[in-house]
Design a protein around this ligand. Structure first.
Ligand SMILES: *[C@@H]1O[C@H](CO)[C@@H](O)[C@H](O)[C@H]1NC(C)=O
Ligand SMILES: *[C@@H]1O[C@H](CO)[C@@H](O)[C@H](O)[C@H]1NC(C)=O
Ligand SMILES: *[C@@H]1O[C@H](CO)[C@@H](O)[C@H](O)[C@H]1NC(C)=O
Ligand SMILES: *[C@@H]1O[C@H](CO)[C@@H](O)[C@H](O)[C@H]1NC(C)=O
Ligand SMILES: *[C@@H]1O[C@H](CO)[C@@H](O)[C@H](O)[C@H]1NC(C)=O
Ligand SMILES: *[C@@H]1O[C@H](CO)[C@@H](O)[C@H](O)[C@H]1NC(C)=O
Length: 639
């Protein structure tokens, strides 16, 4: 008797727990909660909820629902990014979140992320979901604040509310209570106030992402207690105060982003404790003081981005120990002294950007060992180079930027056999000719030789620069015709000009009548030819440049009228034709270009009534044209 009862109980237990056939049907309260959720969804274009019919069992027949054996819903997963076998399906859903979701008492996972169009507040009722471990509501349009009832979500491991319109402060009571939390993502919202100091209690956190909010105040020093933290992103906020020295305790930290804040003080020497750090970005702050030599202990660092701060002192030679470094961005600080020769050990370095500092002295020849270096930017430093060191020829650079570094003399001929794509030697004292071998630099896409003393014409070989897109030769003494610039080759689909600035030279006109039909020109955005003795007239063909936004032809001695056809270049925002000898009336089509913001034809011989126009153009833009009248100039007398 006793044995048979025992056996019956055993077999019942067996059936309940191991046979899916015996799983209970969906619990009525859970089903009602889900139907109420569906009821608040106003549009379901991807038919994510199509299978949710009141006539069927929500545990077995509804997509995105999983139940336990007693018919309680444990997972609701209808995220907007579903991955198929070979592709990712991007779906959406609009509506609001029903408070009934709070009745799914056994729910462990709620994933309604990436549905893009979920609006309204996060229902405080979600705080009742005491079994919830994963809550993903990111990438929607949710508003309101983080419910304080979230403090009851004691089992929550991952909370993502990123990329919504959630506002208000992050409740200190919530942060202090979610002791199981391993990942917290609140980035891309409108959260304000300071980061609660209770964050120090979340000792299981591996990932903390609060970037792109309006957080103020300083980083709580308790952050140093989060020993498991691997990913810390507090960038793009309004955080003040200094970097807490306790941060050095985060020995598991791989990524540290504090950029775009208002932080002051110096980089703590405890930073050496970040022994796992690979990506460090603390740029765009107001950090002062010198970089601690202990930075040389970051033995896994790959990217070190300190640009746009107020850092001073010498560059620590210890940085040369960091052979894992691939990128150094130290631009726009106040570093002084020489570039340490130890930098020559950085065998994996791809980017060395030390521009806009106060560095001086010789560039150590040890840097010739940097065979992986692609971008080398030393511009705007008082280096007094004299000439570009000849060992530069050994580097395999894509981008060489040495603006205002005191280079004199002629362009070094080793450049002819380099594969450089960006070359900026502007604001130096280069002189002589633009050599014919410039045409051998066929990988050039950006060339800036502005603010130098070049005096020659543009050689025919220049046409061979079939990848060139941006050309800035302004403020030199270049002369001769523009032909070789305008009719250069293009290597489809690249190599069409984006911008040309030839202003303040001695180029001779007239401007080619076929200008706007040259293949190199078809997608030009900015054309600046001001202050050259060009003469001739403005070509009608400019009207064919459908992407042209800026045209500046100041002080070129141009004759004739403003072509009506210019009104066909619909992208124009800025037309500056002042100080020429232009005559005739201003075409209505030009003055009424839809995007026009700036228009200046002052100092010409234009006449007639200024056509009515929508753009706000000051009178100064029309001044010194004796025959011109009408608003914004005084009214015309004889019309
Ligand atoms: C619910 O989702 C979690 C997390 O994705 C998963 O591990 C679990 O197996 C799911 N439960 C059921 C019953 O499908
Ligand atoms: C479920 O939630 C709603 C709204 O939060 C509530 O009105 C309702 O009484 C709850 N209970 C049941 C059993 O549906
Ligand atoms: C241009 O760049 C390509 C790809 O990096 C390279 O293979 C080629 O040799 C370069 N050409 C010249 C003329 O340097
Ligand atoms: C070329 O360099 C000068 C500074 O030397 C800068 O003002 C100018 O904007 C640069 N041109 C382009 C196209 O970036
Ligand atoms: C430039 O290229 C031409 C043709 O390939 C070659 O004959 C000439 O020697 C090169 N000039 C320089 C300075 O490298
Ligand atoms: C470069 O340009 C010159 C003159 O236009 C031409 O004769 C020569 O063949 C070109 N060289 C190469 C390598 O394309």
């Amino acid at each position: 008797m006793e044995i048979s009862i025992h056996r019956k109980i055993f077999s019942l237990f067996f059936l309940l727990s191991f046979s899916p056939l015996d799983s209970k049907a969906c619990h009525a309260v859970d089903k009602e909660a889900l139907l109420q959720f569906k009821h608040k969804i106003t549009s379901d274009p991807s038919q994510l909820l199509q299978s949710w019919a009141s006539s069927s069992d929500c545990c077995t027949a509804w997509e995105g629902i999983a139940c336990d054996s007693s018919g309680r819903v444990v997972n609701v997963s209808r995220s907007g990014l579903a991955s198929g076998n070979d592709f990712i399906l991007d779906t959406s859903m609009s509506g609001t979140l029903s408070p009934y979701l709070g009745n799914l008492s056994f729910l462990g996972l709620l994933d309604l992320s990436n549905l893009k169009e979920l609006k309204g507040p996060i229902p405080p009722e979600l705080g009742k979901l005491s079994h919830l471990t994963l809550l993903f509501l990111d990438t929607n349009k949710l508003t309101g604040s983080i419910p304080t009832s979230f403090r009851y979500l004691k089992k929550l491991k991952k909370l993502y509310l990123s990329d919504n319109y959630v506002s208000g402060v992050v409740p200190s009571s919530v942060i202090g209570s979610l002791k199981s939390l391993t990942e917290l993502g609140l980035s891309g919202n409108q959260l304000s106030g300071s980061i609660p100091s209770t964050i120090g209690k979340l000792v299981l956190l591996t990932k903390l992402d609060l970037h792109g909010n309006y957080h103020t105040g300083s980083i709580p020093s308790g952050i140093g207690k989060l020993k498991k933290l691997m990913y810390l992103d507090l960038s793009e906020n309004q955080i003040t105060g200094s970097i807490p020295p306790s941060i050095g305790g985060l020995s598991e930290l791989v990524l540290l982003y504090l950029n775009q804040n208002q932080m002051t003080g110096s980089i703590p020497s405890s930073i050496s404790g970040l022994s796992s750090l690979q990506f460090c970005r603390i740029s765009e702050n107001k950090l002062t003081g010198s970089v601690p030599p202990s930075i040389g202990k970051l033995s896994n660092i790959q990217r070190l981005i300190l640009e746009n701060n107020k850092l001073t002192g010498k560059l620590p030679a210890t940085i040369g120990h960091l052979i894992t470094l691939t990128d150094i961005f130290f631009s726009n600080n106040r570093f002084t002294g020489k570039i340490p020769s130890s930098f020559g050990n950085l065998q994996n370095l791809q980017t060395l950007d030390l521009s806009r500092n106060q560095l001086s002295g010789q560039i150590p020849h040890q840097l010739a060992k940097l065979q992986r270096l692609q971008t080398f930017d030393l511009s705007f430093n008082p280096l007094g180079l004299g000439s570009i060191p000849s060992w530069f020829a050994k580097l395999k650079l894509f981008r060489l930027i040495l603006a205002k570094t005191g280079i004199k003399g002629q362009l070094p001929s080793w450049l002819s056999s380099s594969s450089i794509s960006t070359l900026d030697l502007s604001s130096n004292s280069l002189t002589g000719k633009l050599p014919p071998w410039i045409g051998n630099m066929t990988n050039l896409s950006f060339l800036n030789l502005s603010n130098n003393g070049f005096h020659s014409s543009i050689p025919a070989e220049f046409k061979n620069l079939s990848l060139l897109m941006d050309l800035d030769l302004h403020a030199n003494k270049f002369t001769g015709p523009l032909g070789n610039v305008l009719s250069k080759n293009v290597q489809q689909p690249l190599g069409h000009y984006n911008s040309i600035d030839l202003s303040n030279n001695l180029f001779l006109g007239p401007i080619d009548e076929k200008f706007g039909e040259r293949p190199a020109m078809v997608s030009i955005v900015s054309l600046i030819l001001s202050h050259n003795p060009l003469g001739g007239s403005i070509p009608k063909s400019l009207g064919k440049l459908s992407e042209l936004q800026v045209i500046e032809l100041v002080g070129n001695g141009l004759l004739g009228g403003i072509p009506v056809e210019l009104g066909d270049a619909k992208a124009l925002t800025s037309i500056v034709l002042s100080q020429n000898k232009l005559s005739g009336a201003i075409p209505q089509s030009v003055l009424n270009l839809p995007e026009l913001q700036e228009f200046d034809v002052s100092g010409n011989r234009l006449s007639g009534k200024i056509p009515p126009h929508k753009a706000m153009i000051p009178a100064s833009g029309f001044m010194d044209n004796p025959g011109l009248c009408g608003a914004p100039l005084p009214p015309c007398k004889h019309f």
